[in-house]
Design a protein around this ligand. Structure first.
Ligand code: TEU
Ligand code: CA
Length: 541
């Protein structure tokens, strides 16, 4: 067994975690101050969103120096200290590796821009204009508009699949690859526990053929990377792969192929958008689809891959507001989604604030928005004729600021996040929803997460048990079993605000109740009445 197979990872978005010096921006010393809290929760690793030098066009995902810490987050000494202090608590630090692109203020791009014969020119992707002088083709940026930006000086365009301040690196250039591997080894030598690899499925792109994800050389690069950096190191790696299917996930994570430990797949996070459209084109979730997608991932990887399990990250809306109910059943539904996910096979990830049931942010106008993706989409779609109201609604439902409001630590000034003014406003509900209150209430969401993490450590059935979906057609109950040796656990979750009756007369007798979000201590499987958003895990006799 590898250490990450029974581990739980906690994602920190450093700008919004904890500010130690009152400038309104979370920082590395602020994280160190809260390590005891994370140890108490029981996590094994922290995925740290980028803390590198950056002009912050995309909040740190535009890196201008991979081997320097942004002064707003602290110093390299602080970083070393964080690794050391985390290690004392048996917590590993997983760095965010953003190597599909750099910042346009990275030294490599500053050089490359100097002209066609510069030594760094080929570190990036340049093309001549089309015959009409326009961009080489109609590839689009994820952040709206063309993926090509014109460079006056050389009369060529460069590729940027994200903002124009995030030029794409040319992975076909072996000097680029070598430079990335050297940088990774710098961090590995510092003792980091691994990498989360930003949009790694894009590095094999063939822009002239309009292939972005899953390009022909992608797996060659990852195998080469493994040989040059990860080999023989006891680290975990997780690739961010929006387009992954179970088939391609196995290519990344089959241990014999020596690429990555696992990937983030996003199929379950795209079920509330219209098929073939974008995340902004909203649709109601159909629970049977969620059940079938997650069950497919649970069963199809077999021994050739490993799942990562998540509902949230810094790009996604809060799960309790998204698929749960953040008003009447906030506590119940937050626990329900925790139980559903943490009883599955794979490595669970918790995004900061999820463990206390933090909610989406509500905005009324575009001036309140920080996220570049939302702002660009808003401007583009206004021009296309959408109304302000529908765009604000889409941002309220799907915008990335939803997950980025500062962590709510207590009910004092600015939720205990900062002594100054936070970079993004604190949510008005911080007086009720905060860490201090959660720690004082033995029935809080926090303690459900703590318990679920402990269950994984103490019960091989959670780590290794075979998964079986029960009642696939039921449109409000998500139920599944895990089987291991001669044990079976049944997970039952009523994903709705209505009481739901259920009959499972053919089941074995219910035995011990392992977890429950309604304080239940018995259950009769022949006739079950599930409360709104009730979730329960029971061992079968
Ligand atoms: O995200 C990849 C990505 O494609 C997202 O922009 C995604 O499409 C969108 O946010 C969905 O809501 C990664 C990082 O996680 C994100 O924060 C960065 O902005 C992006 O890469 C560029 O580095
Ligand atoms: Ca600070």
């Amino acid at each position: 067994m590898r250490w990450w197979q029974n581990a739980v990872v906690y994602q920190i978005y450093p700008r919004s975690f904890n500010d130690s010096n009152g400038d309104g921006i979370g920082d590395l010393p602020g994280i160190i101050e809260r390590l005891d809290y994370l140890e108490d929760l029981g996590i094994d690793a922290i995925w740290l969103s980028p803390v590198y030098q950056s002009p912050n066009d995309d909040n740190g995902y535009d890196i201008s120096d991979y081997q320097a810490i942004h002064p707003e987050f602290g110093t390299m000494e602080d970083m070393d200290q964080l690794i050391k202090e985390a290690d004392r608590r048996n917590i590993k630090i997983i760095m965010d590796l953003v190597v599909n692109h750099t910042s346009d203020e990275h030294q490599w791009f500053i050089e490359a821009r100097k002209g066609k014969d510069n030594n760094y020119r080929d570190y990036y992707i340049w093309r001549d204009p089309a015959d009409d002088g326009g961009p080489p083709n109609d590839l689009k940026s994820t952040f709206s508009g063309s993926a090509w930006e014109y460079d006056e000086k050389s009369g060529q365009y460069y590729l940027h699949l994200f903002s124009k301040k995030q030029p794409d690196l040319n992975w076909e250039n072996k000097n680029v690859r070598k430079a990335v591997y050297d940088m990774m080894n710098f961090w590995l030598d510092k003792g980091v526990g691994g990498f989360r690899m930003d949009v790694i499925d894009l590095i094999g792109k063939k822009p002239d053929e309009k292939i972005t994800g899953n390009g022909p050389k992608l797996h060659d690069y990852l195998q080469e990377m493994h040989q040059e950096t990860l080999k023989d190191k006891d680290v975990m790696t997780v690739g961010e792969t929006w387009g992954a299917t179970p088939e391609t996930a196995k290519l990344y994570s089959d241990p014999f192929r020596e690429e990555l430990s696992m990937v983030f797949q996003f199929e379950h996070m795209q079920l509330d958008e219209q098929p073939g459209a974008t995340k902004w084109d909203l649709k109601e979730l159909d629970l049977t689809e969620l059940k079938s997608v997650l069950s497919k991932w649970q069963t199809e990887l077999g021994n050739q891959g490993w799942n990562s399990l998540f509902w949230n990250n810094h790009d996604l809306p809060r799960i309790v507001s998204r698929f749960g109910n953040d008003t009447d059943y906030r506590v119940e539904s937050a626990k329900l989604f925790a139980i559903l996910l943490h009883l599955m096979k794979g490595t669970p990830y918790i995004y900061q604030g999820e463990e206390i049931g933090m909610t989406n942010r509500k905005i009324e106008s575009i001036d309140e928005v920080d996220d570049i993706e939302s702002i660009n989409m808003y401007n583009e779609r206004l021009d296309e004729g959408y109304t302000k109201e529908e765009l604000i609604r889409a941002i309220n439902v799907k915008g990335r600021d939803n997950a980025r409001t500062p962590m709510q630590w207590d009910d004092t000034h600015e939720a205990g996040f900062t002594t100054g003014k936070p970079w993004l406003p604190i949510q008005p509900n911080y007086e009720q929803i905060n860490v201090e209150a959660a720690l004082e209430d033995k029935n809080s969401i926090f303690y459900t997460y703590q318990k679920l993490i402990r269950l994984r450590k103490e019960n091989p059935i959670v780590v290794w048990g075979e998964y079986e979906l029960v009642l696939p057609e039921h449109n409000t109950v998500f139920a599944y079993k895990r089987h291991y040796k001669n044990k079976t656990w049944l997970v039952l979750a009523n994903v709705s605000r209505n009481e739901t009756s259920l009959e499972l007369p053919d089941e074995a007798q219910a035995g011990n109740i392992i977890v429950s979000n309604y304080d239940r201590d018995t259950i009769d499987l022949a006739k079950i009445a599930l409360q709104p958003f009730e979730a329960i895990v029971v061992e079968l006799k």
